[in-house]
Design a protein around this ligand. Structure first.
Ligand SMILES: Nc1ncnc2c1ncn2[C@@H]1O[C@H](COP(=O)(O)OP(=O)(O)OP(=O)(O)O)[C@@H](O)[C@H]1O
Ligand SMILES: [Mg+2]
Length: 267
C-alpha cells in the first residue's frame, strides 16, 4: 500500500473520481525542506511533498518529530533552513490546537478579526463573517464570548475566522485533539463537508489514525526527529464519507497498515 510519494492521487471533490492524470499545479509544495533550530535541534530533514487542489493530506508521526514545525514553515511563522516551501501565503487558512480566540471579543468580532487585519471593508467582512458563522453551525451564538462557549464551539469559531478569508489551502494542527470522541467525529464530518463545499485543499496533523484515514485523500507518516516522510498511503475511499465507513473492513485494514508504519517510525 506504500505508494511512490511523487505521484499523489487527486480527487474530484464532487464525484470522488481520481483525477491524477489531470493534476493541477501544487497549492503547497515542500521541496527538500530541512529545519535546524538555532540551538542545533534538527527538526526536519529531506521533506518533499505537495498538496494539490482537491487533496486533503494528513501527516501522522511521533510526538516531537516536527509536524507543527512543518505547518509553521508553511504558514511563514518559521523559516526553513534549507530547501524550498512554496505556497501562496495570502490564500492559506489555519486552525491550530489552541483556538486562540480573543477573550474580549464576541464570536462575531472574533470571526471578523483576520478579515479586519487584511483591511476587508466592514460591510464585506460582516457579510462574510455571518456566512462563515452559519457554515460552522454557530448561528445564534454571535454575541457570546469565548468563555461562554464549549471547546468544540471555540474550534468552530476558529474555523469560521479563517473561512472568512476563503483560503485555498487550510492548515490544521491537531485541531480536535482536546475534544471528546463524538464531538470530534462530528467536527470531522463538518470539515469534510466544508472541504467539498468550499473547495479548499487541506494539510492536517493528527495523532489519531482513524481521524487521518477518515478525513484524507492521502496520509503521510513521519519518522521520529529529525522528521522525514517514511511512507505515503493513498486513501481509496470517495469523498462522500459517512460515519459507518469507520467500521468497514477496508478502512480497518488501511488503519492497520498505517499503524504498523507508525510503530516503525517510533523506533
Ligand atoms: N523554537 C524552537 N527552538 C528549538 N527547538 C524547537 C523549537 N520549536 C520546536 N523545537 C523542537 O523541534 C522538534 C519538533 O517540534 P514540533 O513542535 O514540530 O513537534 P511535533 O511533531 O509537532 O510534536 P507534537 O506531536 O508533540 O505536537 C521538537 O524536538 C521541539 O523540541
Ligand atoms: Mg505539534
Amino acid at each position: 500500500m506504500v505508494k511512490d510519494m511523487r505521484s499523489p492521487a487527486v480527487f474530484d471533490m464532487q464525484t470522488g473520481t481520481n483525477m491524477t492524470e489531470t493534476k493541477t499545479p501544487a497549492l503547497l509544495d515542500f521541496d527538500n525542506v530541512a529545519m535546524t533550530f538555532p540551538d542545533g535541534t534538527r527538526a526536519l530533514e529531506d521533506i518533499s511533498f505537495s498538496v494539490h487542489a482537491g487533496e486533503f493530506v494528513t501527516v501522522v508521526g511521533p510526538s516531537g518529530c516536527g509536524k507543527s514545525t512543518l505547518l509553521r514553515i508553511a504558514s511563514n511563522l518559521e523559516a526553513n533552513t534549507s530547501g524550498t516551501c512554496s505556497v501562496d501565503r495570502d490564500s492559506i487558512g489555519y486552525v491550530f490546537q489552541d483556538p486562540t480566540l480573543m477573550a474580549w471579543r464576541n464570536v462575531k468580532r472574533n470571526v471578523e478579526l483576520i478579515a479586519e487585519l487584511h483591511n476587508v471593508p466592514k460591510a464585506e467582512r460582516q457579510a462574510r463573517a455571518a456566512a462563515a458563522i452559519e457554515l460552522v453551525g454557530l448561528k445564534g451564538f454571535e454575541d457570546k464570548y469565548p468563555r461562554q462557549l464549549s471547546g468544540g464551539m471555540r474550534m468552530r469559531a476558529s474555523l469560521a475566522r479563517s473561512l472568512v478569508m476563503k483560503p485555498k489551502v487550510f492548515l490544521f494542527d491537531e485541531p480536535f485533539g482536546a475534544l471528546d470522541e463524538i464531538t470530534r467525529e462530528r467536527l470531522n464530518d463538518e470539515v469534510l463537508h466544508l472541504f467539498q463545499s468550499e473547495g479548499f485543499a487541506g494539510l492536517f496533523i493528527t495523532h489519531s489514525i482513524t481521524e487521518a484515514v477518515y478525513m484524507s485523500t492521502k496520509v503521510l507518516v513521519m519518522s521520529a526527529r529529525p522528521g522525514r516522510i517514511v511512507a505515503s498511503f493513498d486513501v481509496p475511499f470517495g469523498v462522500n464519507r459517512t460515519h459507518d465507513l469507520r467500521y468497514e473492513p477496508a478502512f480497518a485494514e488501511l488503519c492497520g497498515e498505517i499503524s504498523h508504519s507508525l510503530r516503525g517510525a517510533h523506533q
